[in-house]
Design a binder for this molecule. Structure first.
Ligand code: COA
Length: 701
């Protein structure tokens, strides 16, 4: 492998700038420097008739190097000047595209005079997913090539488009079945022979027909309705500049917006999550190339909401899947729900009917669990009861072939106890899916004390194959997510007893950007579900000896107020609209009186946020300390991908880091002092206290 990421080679009379910066040819500072020097070398060789840009490895440049954005001295200027010089070349410059030409990669291609692509190439400007805008003239060149409307759509969604669509839109010029370098060399030769002025994208104007009346104003209004994502407004304004100003002034507008969004907290948080999601895939101590167990056929036990959703994940991803239920009624009900889900997607035009049929054809319903015998992994999704899960584990341990993985979709129970019952604990782990399983991105993978490393690694890769973001948790009550959520719910209920209303609590939490506060969330998930979990946890001896612990949810359960589904829970419901529920108020007042809790009228939003979020972060620090999570950033992945924590906050650990760990510690100590600490709720995790003292970060621990 070459030691410099860019080399100028020659093929006859054509210069070839070869980029080689694995894994995805991202534009590191060294790569940019290499491009600048490579172009200078080409300029110094007038005998070369044209230039081709080509990337080694799996892809054309897939973007700027995201890690480089963390450098406070980062500037897009050197690269942008290089692109200007490249485009200004009097000799033709051809981009040879393959893989994914994204971000700075597509910006590079658009500065070339001709773009030839392999048929499987995909292009896009996905910066918005990092809270950024294209900062190397992508906002100026894409509207000139593809029109304002399409450029807006691509940049606001960040979606990739395939080669055929890109060609139809004018983004690429040619699709070739020949190897991209060969096709580009042929094109470069032809262009050099033809002579004339090269086609420069910056010399084009944006087609007015691509800018229907009101398009930009509507897009701007929509962007401004989400001020926590400033990149949206920045994209709209940059496209406006592309459509109305000369290129150099548009460049200025883009540069100003880029500098602004680059420094925004939102982009920092989203960049953190980009790397966090990729780090979460990795199992410490396990080599990347560990031999994985082959997974061809999947078994799912239980065709309820969870089991059905899980089966959909696998048939969507192309796996033959056996779905087993105990009774034909339950199986039929489960299948009907799966069909209904697909039909709804088809009728919305988001899935072709033939594709629905192909997916359903991969599903084998069965009443016989011996049909799991040739499955490579079996996931049980029966209801949350230890005795039942152990019985099933024992049965699966006997039925499943040697080497098959046995997974339990428990959300709280001890995976080690379940594993022990199987008689083959090395094959057992937890796969905690979130409801609806076919939609939610998160998969919490629970490694038991005996889980074989290759089984864990296999499931992590399988998670990726079915489009999930996975994070590993050790065994403890509730794993990473639900264990922290328990602390959050505990404080929400204490505040209800002290005089806060569900509306006030939810309002404070939603002001952080969470889609739903704790009361609305539990009303939707079911008060019965929430209460039963607390009751089970108590039976297992997990609760502190606190007679006031989550008494509200238990009382509502007793009263049959199960939330949205019964029309009343923390709120009462008219349709789906939550309204203040005087009965809940009365329940809270009575419980407060019964337990001698003083009602207050001075509870502020700040207190709500501090008590719910800071205590949850403290629990996260304990989870880290105990080695339940490998990394603080894994906790952020769990909360953003599975619990609706807003990505612009980067997850609870990142939010805590940005808030300042010393402040967190001070506030936790404050609540210990004013509320007392008989059950250790406010005891600061030693890790958190140490990091606060040392200037460390939870999200990097
Ligand atoms: N900068 C730095 N590193 C990058 C990168 C970038 N733009 N794009 C990918 N990587 C790294 C990943 O962190 C990962 O590193 P790791 O193996 O050490 O974890 C590796 O490249 C492979 O990426 P991954 O996402 O796991 O591979 P994939 O095949 O699933 O997807 C891409 C490849 C290019 C589609 C995907 O990585 C992607 O979307 N990248 C971001 C593109 C982007 O936003 N570009 C604009 C940046 S301004």
């Amino acid at each position: 492998m070459s030691t410099t990421p860019v080399t100028l080679k020659t093929e006859g009379a054509i210069g070839v700038l070869v980029i080689q910066n694995p894994p995805v040819n991202a534009l590191s500072p060294a790569t940019v420097q290499g491009l600048i020097e490579g172009l200078a070398a080409f300029e110094a060789r007038p005998e070369l008739q044209a230039l081709v840009l080509h990337c080694e490895g799996r892809t054309f440049v897939a973007g700027g190097d995201i890690a480089a954005f963390e450098d406070p001295a980062f500037s897009a200027a050197p690269y942008n000047q290089f692109l200007g010089r490249l485009e200004a070349s009097h000799r033709p410059v051809v981009a040879a595209l393959h893989g994914t030409a994204l971000g700075g990669g597509l910006e590079l291609a658009m500065a070339c005079h001709w773009r030839v692509a392999a048929p499987t190439t995909r292009v896009g400007l996905p910066e918005v997913k990092l809270g950024l805008i294209p900062g190397s003239l992508g906002t100026q060149r894409l509207p000139r090539l593809a029109g304002a409307q399409r450029a807006l759509d691509m940049m606001l969604s960040g979606r990739m488009v395939g080669a055929a669509e890109a060609q139809a839109a004018g983004i690429i010029d040619e699709i070739s079945d020949a190897p991209p370098l060969q096709a580009a060399l042929a094109r470069a030769q032809a262009l050099a022979l033809a002579g004339g002025t090269p086609r420069r994208t910056s010399a084009l104007t944006v087609d007015p027909a691509s800018l229907p009346d009101g398009l930009l104003d509507q897009a701007l209004a929509k962007a401004r309705s989400q001020p926590q994502y400033p990149a949206h407004e920045a994209i709209v304004e940059s496209v406006r500049a592309a459509a109305t100003l000369p290129f150099p002034q548009g460049e200025q507008v883009e540069a100003e917006w880029f500098a602004r969004v680059l420094r925004s907290g939102t982009s920092q948080a989203m960049r953190h999550l980009f790397f966090a999601e990729r780090a979460a895939e990795k199992i410490p101590g396990l080599p990347k190339d560990v031999a994985l167990r082959p997974i061809r056929k999947v078994g799912v036990l239980g065709a309820g909401t969870m089991g059905g959703g899980i089966a959909m994940c696998f048939i969507n991803a192309g796996y033959d899947t056996v779905l087993v239920e105990a009774s034909s009624e339950a199986l039929e009900r489960g299948l009907a729900t799966i069909r209904k889900n697909y039909d709804a997607t088809v009728s919305k035009g988001r899935l072709a009917a033939e594709e629905r049929d192909r997916r359903l054809a991969r599903l084998t319903p069965s009443l016989n669990d011996t049909d799991f015998a040739d499955c490579d992994i079996v996931i049980e999704a029966v209801f949350e009861n230890m005795a039942l899960k152990q019985q099933i584990a024992q049965r699966l341990g006997a039925i499943c072939k040697p080497g098959a993985i046995i997974a339990t979709n428990t959300s709280t129970l001890d995976v080690d106890q379940i594993a022990a019952a199987s008689g083959r604990a090395a094959d057992v782990l937890g796969t905690h899916f979130f409801s609806p399983a076919n939609v939610m991105r998160l998969l919490e993978v629970v490694r038991g004390a005996q889980t074989a490393p290759d089984a864990l690694a296999t499931v992590m890769q399988l998670a990726k194959r079915i489009g999930k973001v996975a994070a590993v948790s050790g065994v403890c009550y509730g794993f990473i997510g639900n264990r922290m959520a328990e602390v959050y719910m505990r404080e929400a209920e204490f505040l209800l007893l002290e005089g806060a209303t569900p509306t006030q609590i939810d309002g404070a939490i939603e002001s952080l950007g969470l889609a739903m506060g704790p009361c609305r969330m539990l009303d939707m998930a079911g008060i019965d579900v929430g209460a039963k979990t607390v009751i089970e946890y108590e039976k297992a001896g997990g609760l502190p000896p606190d007679p006031t612990y989550r008494v509200v949810v238990r009382k509502l359960f007793e009263l049959g107020h199960f939330g949205q589904k019964t029309g009343a829970g923390y709120y009462r419901y008219e349709g789906r609209t939550p309204l203040a529920n005087p009965e809940t108020q009365a329940v809270c007042e009575a419980l407060a009186q019964q337990h001698g809790i003083a009602r207050r009228s001075d509870i502020t939003d700040t207190e709500i946020i501090e008590r719910l979020i800071y205590s949850m972060v403290n629990e996260g620090a304990r989870i880290l300390e105990e080695g339940i999570a490998y990394r603080g950033s894994d906790i952020d992945v769990v909360w953003t991908a599975g619990y609706g924590f807003p990505v612009h906050q980067g997850g609870p650990m990142f939010l805590a880091d940005q808030t300042g760990l010393p402040l967190l510690v001070q506030r936790l100590d404050h609540y210990a002092a004013v509320r007392g600490n008989p059950f250790g709720y406010w005891s600061v995790s030693p890790l958190l206290r140490r990091l606060a003292a040392e200037g460390g970060r939870l999200s990097r621990s």
